[in-house]
Design a protein around this ligand. Structure first.
Ligand code: PEP
Length: 246
């Protein structure tokens, strides 16, 4: 049984003070034993760690492809690990704006694993690829290229299917297509990792909000959400966390 995993990716938003305010608002609610994660900017990891303790998990949004050393502006997996257990790798904004290719992504995965960081790997096609019918081949290729020859367990790998056209656009992928792709991702994982595929969590990301969370999260192969914009306000994020009660 895969436990639902609700993750917020804050991207380049919130000062440490604003992050603390969010955390206090979130913690006013009874979060029970739900699996909730926030990926703030690096500068907010420490204050959030102090406030969230074990109640909310923390993730970095990125990490260096190198060990500590002369890489101005970078943050290594060893340094990240001091504050959090997770790292997002391969977000489409990193792939497209910062031109991270599969080789860099594999180096980052290697560094994360060497430092016992759990990986949330983002995958997803752009609009043209979806329209031309190439989405499945595209995503399959990302999985096989990025993950082959690595060893994972059920806890240190989460995948996030994030169709690029749905990110920040308000255009959510419909539940049938999202479920179909997440089931396909699971099947593809099976070709690399056998039965482990049934234990690895697969998230959907792309314009998830309080109003559409239930629809998506009830799908059998969607084990959670990676939420951008709607994770910035505690009350909206809580609606997603509490999607069952809606
Ligand atoms: C994201 O950036 O991972 C994301 C899913 O953003 P949004 O929820 O704003 O579409």
């Amino acid at each position: 049984m895969r436990k639902k995993f609700i993750c917020g990716n804050w991207k380049m938003n919130k000062t440490a003070k604003e992050a603390e305010e969010f955390a206090r608002n979130l913690l006013e609610e009874d979060l029970g034993d739900k699996d909730i994660l926030i990926a703030p900017t690096f500068t907010s990891l420490y204050p959030l760690k102090e406030l969230f303790k074990a109640k909310v998990k923390l993730s970095a949004q990125n990490l260096a492809a190198y060990d500590d050393g002369a890489y101005t502006g970078e943050v290594s997996a060893r340094i990240v690990k001091e504050f959090c257990d997770y790292v997002i790798i391969g977000h489409s904004e990193r792939r497209n704006i910062f031109l991270e290719d599969d080789e860099i992504i594999r180096k980052k995965i290697k560094k994360a694993l060497e430092n016992n960081l759990k990986i949330i790997l983002c995958l997803g096609e752009d609009k043209e690829t979806r329209k031309s019918g190439g989405a499945y081949d595209f995503v399959k290729n990302q999985i096989l290229t990025d993950l082959k020859d690595f060893e994972f367990n059920k806890d240190n790998l989460t995948l996030a299917y994030e169709p690029i056209w749905a990110i920040g656009s308000g255009e959510v992928c419909n539940r049938e297509d999202a479920q179909k792709m997440c089931a396909f991702i699971r099947e593809t994982l099976g070709s690399l990792f056998g039965d482990l595929k049934d234990e690895i969590r697969i998230l959907y990301g792309g314009s998830v909000k309080g109003e559409n969370a239930k629809d998506l999260l009830e799908c059998p192969d969607i084990d959670g959400a990676l939420v951008g914009g709607a994770s910035l306000k505690a009350d909206e994020f809580l609606k997603i966390i509490n999607y069952k009660e809606k």
